[in-house]
Design a protein around this ligand. Structure first.
Ligand code: G3H
Ligand code: 13P
Ligand code: ZN
Length: 306
């Protein structure tokens, strides 16, 4: 059944667990995400970026996700990830998205707040919940200055003011994660102190972007079958657990699914060179994504919370 992020994350906040927001851009990834959650009786957020919507076409992506979500017994949210374009946001509202992220995090506070407030007004009028972002994603390794660290991380007092001024439903914060497969040059380092301060001051559910772990077994499998992913490094599983204990209720994962797909497809192409049926090739990627999504459900604690 289709629901909003607000519904899913409010329940997660009460129950002290987190729900995964998994990015999709095609039929197979969507099937892997929704089937894994159905089998583990877990709620899920299916996330679509601007480029995923462009890749698939907005009507096609909407009907793929909505058809599967409507058939599913678990709560599913269809979420726009990092929305920045007004016309695309309106397109998503018209095409049945149940949750919108407005990402004004690149802009100064007042500009971000004004833009977010405007989108919240529009979305709330039609019953859609809104995620906003404050702070800049990016690593906070030892070599960055205290000033730069402060400029990146979400400021707790600003977060309070931002939520009050905008009336956003959920808030994405910056605590040292970044998008993609190369998150840390040295050891992973998250600003848990910041998360704790924000959690103590802000009531709305909190979101962690850039939360892929770059799972060592998946990376090893991809590399074994010919990938060249160098020094890829993600957020360790125990840090994700800690972030959830400190109040994160939505954990965004895209890179780990891309890596799983790559590893699965590379394996079948290498091990079975006689195969040329696209369904077998893409299907192998789909199966491995599904296995990885199930391991994420365990990690986040969302199993049996549907
Ligand atoms: O937030 C970033 C997501 O991983 C989406 O990436 O714009 O390449 O689809 P994308
Ligand atoms: P990853 O690149 O760590 O998977 O982050 C995805 C994300 O934040 C999507 O919004
Ligand atoms: Zn993100």
């Amino acid at each position: 059944m289709l629901v909003s992020n607000k519904e899913i994350q409010t329940a997660a906040q009460k129950g002290k667990y987190a729900v995964g927001a998994f990015n999709t851009s095609n039929i197979e990834i969507t099937q892997a995400i929704i089937e894994a959650h159905e089998e583990m009786n877990a709620p899920v957020i299916v996330a679509t970026s601007t480029s995923a919507i462009k890749y698939c076409g907005i009507e096609v992506l909407s009907s793929v996700v909505r058809t599967m979500a409507e058939k599913a017994k678990i709560p599913v949210s269809l979420h726009l990830d990092h929305g920045t374009d007004y016309d695309l946001i309106v397109g998503c509202i018209r095409n049945g998205w149940t949750s919108i992220m407005i990402d004004g995090s690149h802009a100064p506070f007042e500009e971000n707040a004004a833009l977010t407030k405007e989108i919240v007004k529009i979305c709330h009028a039609v019953g859609i919940s809104v995620e906003a972002e404050l702070g800049r994603l990016g690593g906070i390794e030892d070599n960055i200055s205290v000033d730069e660290r402060d400029a990146r991380l979400t400021d707790p007092d600003e977060a309070v003011r931002f939520v009050e001024e905008t009336n956003c439903d959920t808030l994405a914060i910056a605590i040292g994660t970044s998008h993609g497969a190369y998150k840390f040059k040295g050891e992973a380092k998250l600003a848990f102190d910041r998360l704790e301060e924000i959690r103590n001051l802000v009531n709305v559910p909190l979101v962690l972007h850039g939360a892929s772990s770059v799972i060592p077994e998946v990376l090893a499998k991809a590399n074994k079958y010919g990938a060249n992913l160098g020094a890829a490094k993600g957020v360790p599983a125990e840090d994700i657990k800690k972030a959830i204990e400190l109040g994160i209720t939505k954990v965004n994962i895209d890179t780990d699914l891309r890596l799983a797909f790559t590893a699965g497809v590379r394996e079948i192409l290498t091990e079975k060179p006689e195969v040329f049926d696209p369904r077998k090739i893409i299907g192998a990627g789909r199966s491995y994504i599904k296995e990885i999504v199930k391991s994420k459900i365990e990690l986040l604690g969302s199993a049996n919370k549907a």
